[in-house]
Design a protein around this ligand. Sequence first.
Ligand SMILES: [Zn+2]
Length: 158
Amino acid sequence: MGLDACVRCRCVQDGQAKPHPFPEKLTLDKIGEAALKGNPSDQEWITHDRWFDESCEHRGYLVSERLGNIAEITHLRRFIRALQADPGPRFPVLLAKVVYDGTHSGDWIPSNKAAELLAEVNTIVHSGDILSASEKEFFASMKRLCEASIKTGNPIVF
Ligand SMILES: [Zn+2]
C-alpha cells in the first residue's frame, strides 16, 4: 500500500501506437486511458490488455513513479504544511491533491493544474539544503510527473 502516480504517453491518442486488434471498439476514457466500448467480452479485455502492454515503446506510460508508503506520505504532508507561512509560500495543490492521503489511488490532477503544482514543487526544491534524501526523491518524482503532464496534456493519475 502507498501512493503511486503516472502520466500516460500520447501514442494511442496520436495514432502512433501499434494497430489495435479491434479498433472499432477502442476508446479513450476521461483520463486518457485506452479502454473498450460496446459491451466487450472478457476475452476482448484480455486481448486489449495484451495489446496495451506492447502498444508503444513506453508501454502506455511516459512517467510512472512510486511516491511513498503511507508513513512516508504522512511525513511529507506534515513537512509541507510546516513550510507554509502567512505571508509566505503556500502549497495548495500539493496538500489538497497529492499528499492529503497515503492511498488515494484512482483520482487525478488535470494537466491544466500541472504548471501550478510544478511551481509549488520548485519552491520547495529551491530550499534543497533542508531536504532529506527521501524528500528530495519525492520532489524529483513530482517534477517528472508535472513535466510529463504539461508536455502531453494528459493528467497525473494516482
Ligand atoms: Zn507511447
